[in-house]
Design a protein around this ligand. Structure first.
Ligand SMILES: Nc1ncnc2c1ncn2[C@@H]1O[C@H](COP(=O)(O)OP(=O)(O)OP(=O)(O)O)[C@@H](O)[C@H]1O
Ligand SMILES: [Mg+2]
Length: 181
């Protein structure tokens, strides 16, 4: 009798141990899934210009409700080319020229909403950005796509999505998307 009780208690303890382990494991898995779901970092590889439309499609699908995108990358990395593809994917019909002389170019997407494309390469100082209405654009709630954001880094909105484009030795482009919020 005593044996069977203690054996029963042992079984009970063993089951409790397994249940506890299972709970800890499940809890960890759920946390991991949530983290994966919440994390919006991604990487897109573009092997050649023919693939850029597909890459832009992936990028647009992941934009969600985020509006401000800062594109980092060396000169010639492919920022304008990728932004052009993204705009086409968003339904922009007008020809997009690199805003070489204008700091900001405005396009209209497929739903009639404005998209602002900035190139800060020639900006002289932050005051110049403020004077051209930078804050009105970036806090307008419309999509803003920026080249050379490092030149206005200190006034980038906290929730700006950081996109880095790198040209690899074989000419492929790697697009890394990192959002801190
Ligand atoms: N994904 C790609 N595959 C192959 N070639 C590309 C790709 N993206 C851009 N290029 C080519 O690289 C060159 C430079 O591209 P782009 O003007 O977009 O660079 P950028 O990063 O905007 O440069 P800048 O800093 O001068 O504004 C162009 O000739 C373009 O055709
Ligand atoms: Mg450019």
């Amino acid at each position: 009798m005593r044996v069977s009780v203690s054996s029963g208690s042992f079984l009970c303890l063993r089951e409790m141990f397994f249940v506890t382990c299972a709970c800890v494991f499940l809890d960890k898995s759920v946390t991991l899934c949530a983290r994966t779901r919440k994390g919006k970092d991604m990487e897109i590889r573009i092997k050649s210009l023919e693939e850029i439309g597909q890459a832009a499609k992936e990028f647009v699908a992941a934009m969600g409700d985020r509006r401000v995108f800062a594109f980092y990358g060396k000169m010639g990395a492919g920022k304008t080319t990728f932004i052009k593809a993204v705009c086409e994917e968003l339904g922009v019909e007008d020809v997009i020229n690199s805003p070489t002389f204008a700091i900001v170019n405005e396009y209209v997407d497929g739903e009639g909403e404005p998209i602002f494309h900035f190139d800060f390469y020639r900006i002289k100082n932050l005051q110049e950005a403020m004077d051209m209405g930078y804050e009105d654009y970036v806090y307008s709630g419309h999509v803003c796509l920026m080249e050379w954001p490092e030149l206005i880094e200190s006034i980038l909105p906290d929730d700006a999505v950081k996109v880095t484009i790198e040209e690899e030795e074989n000419g492929e482009r790697k697009v890394s998307v990192k959002s801190e919020k």
